[in-house]
Design a binder for this molecule. Structure first.
Ligand code: SDX
Length: 431
């Protein structure tokens, strides 16, 4: 295989080195391209462009492989927990007992919010979307973190990362309680990460929430499966912000905003809204699939398709299997699950989806589990954000630890007006 790519342009040949990743992926290093040819590349949506080297997560989209720090997602889903996996992503190895205890204790010590932050929650209208509250309150929280505006210090990173990971869950629960006019439920140190979140979401001053182990496990698995996913839109955003050396909270708040879009993390909410509308209209799914194939309809089969996976998203496989288990253990039957399975079956037989290699992604079934455990629809993307926090933190750390970090600043191809004079008002026409 060549280790140099030759580019012929304007009668000259430019040699570009080929970078090979640990799994054999090859990238053409174009860092000298403009200097050598005067040209830049153009790749709208970055479908063919690597923005960085990273050691954190590996995806093989053709084979449907996902590994966190080399460990297959299937093994982590079966044997690990969200917090152990968070440690793995952030620090690069599975923690021993002592490391896990320290990490877990740091999260417990940092689970509370500064009491003055409560006033910020009071300012949001009840109908405020919790993703708006989450991004705002992550930044507001940073105002109470000592040293957060100081230059990046690897020593301070551990406590700042723990604060962020611990508090994002508290902010999310407080936002939910506020939106329902419910009293805020403070975290309890006796509970571990996911159980504490469910406690803060659903306990009442007069009655503790019944923490069923199967519910805690199901949500912990949802968090784990969302924990990282290489250079997806929100993680790439976090890295972009980190490249300017902004603080870890600013990076996370930016990640929340990027994740919110319905083409990204907002898809889990959009899938349930889609399934509910199909159910309401008594459609057996065929009408909706026809619309999803018709570009003019403006509809897409939400939860299907992926920029990288051209095979079944391994996370979707795991979540689909969990759906049946969780619903059975909670003695729930959800017509939306049957509709989802029928949609999947029909789509995977349909040439439109087959030709475009469109398969279920992580969002297609995750909402069924979240519904079953009582997470309200508007909180689905917030759950995704909590799950993705370790991945954002790990990528932030990777950018900040890079020896010669440069600010990310893409170029463009300008297609606007060529030079033209300033027109006085009198010459601008009356319309
Ligand atoms: C996540 O990147 C990540 O890793 C993201 C994520 C993570 O963990 O961070 O995995 C999480 O965001 C998963 C994706 C959630 N989004 C959705 O489920 C929304 C529905 N899916 C799509 O909108 C779409 O598939 C994307 C956004 C996921 C991917 O878009 P691409 O790669 O830009 O693909 P495209 O829009 O260019 O589509 C290629 C073709 C087009 O048709 P043609 O122009 O070739 O005729 O496939 C069609 C699209 O119209 N298509 C779909 C479709 N997805 C793509 N048609 C109908 N339904 C769909 N869902």
């Amino acid at each position: 295989m060549d280790n140099v790519a030759k580019l012929k342009i304007d009668g000259k040949t430019c040699s570009l080195p080929i970078v090979v990743g640990s799994e054999g992926e090859r990238g053409i290093d174009i860092s000298t391209l403009r200097q050598a040819t005067g040209c830049i590349t153009l790749d709208e949506g970055y479908g063919n462009t690597g923005a960085c080297r990273s050691d954190i997560t590996f995806i093989d989209g053709e084979k449907g492989i996902l590994r966190y720090r080399g460990i297959p997602i299937e093994a982590l889903a079966e044997k690990s927990s969200f917090i152990e996996t968070a440690f793995l992503l952030i620090y690069g190895h599975l923690p021993n007992h002592k490391e896990l205890r320290r990490f877990s204790d740091l999260l417990t010590q940092n689970e509370m919010l500064h009491e003055d932050l409560k006033f910020h929650f009071e300012g949001f209208p009840a109908h405020a979307h919790p993703m708006a509250i989450l991004s705002a309150m992550i930044n507001a929280t940073s105002c109470f973190v000592p040293g957060v505006l100081d230059a990046y210090d690897p020593e301070a990173f551990e406590s700042q990362a723990a604060r962020l990971l611990a508090k994002v869950r508290t902010i999310a629960a407080f936002a939910y309680r506020k939106s329902r006019g419910l009293p805020i439920m403070y975290p309890k140190p006796v509970f571990k990460y996911t159980a504490n979140f469910l406690h803060m979401m659903f306990s009442e001053p007069y009655q503790e929430y019944d923490l069923k182990p199967e519910v805690v496990r199901a949500l912990d698995l949802i968090f784990l499966l969302h924990a990282d996913h290489e250079q997806n839109c929100s993680t790439a955003t976090v890295r972009m912000i980190a490249s300017s050396q902004a603080n870890i909270f600013a990076c996370a708040a930016g990640g929340v905003c990027a994740l919110w879009g319905p083409l990204h993390g907002g898809a889990n909410q959009a899938v349930i809204e889609m399934l509910e509308s199909i159910h309401r209209e008594g459609d057996d799914g065929s009408k909706f699939i026809a619309a999803a194939k018709d570009k003019k309809s403006g509809k897409r089969l939400m939860g299907f398709g992926h920029r990288v996976y051209k095979n079944y998203d391994p996370r979707a496989k795991i979540i689909k299997a969990q759906c049946d288990k969780v619903l059975e253990s909670l003695n729930i039957s959800d017509p939306l699950l049957d509709i989802a399975k029928r949609l999947e079956e029909a789509a995977l037989r349909d040439s439109y989806f087959i030709e475009r290699k469109l398969y279920p992604n992580v969002d297609f079934y995750s909402g069924i589990i979240m519904r079953a455990i009582g997470i309200p629809l508007e909180m689905f993307t917030v759950i995704f954000a909590i799950g993705r926090m370790p991945g954002w933190i790990a990528n932030y750390k990777e950018v900040m630890d890079a020896p010669h970090g440069r600010i990310s600043r893409p170029r463009q191809i300008y297609t606007g007006h060529t030079e033209r004079p300033y027109q006085p008002m009198s010459e601008r026409g009356q319309e």
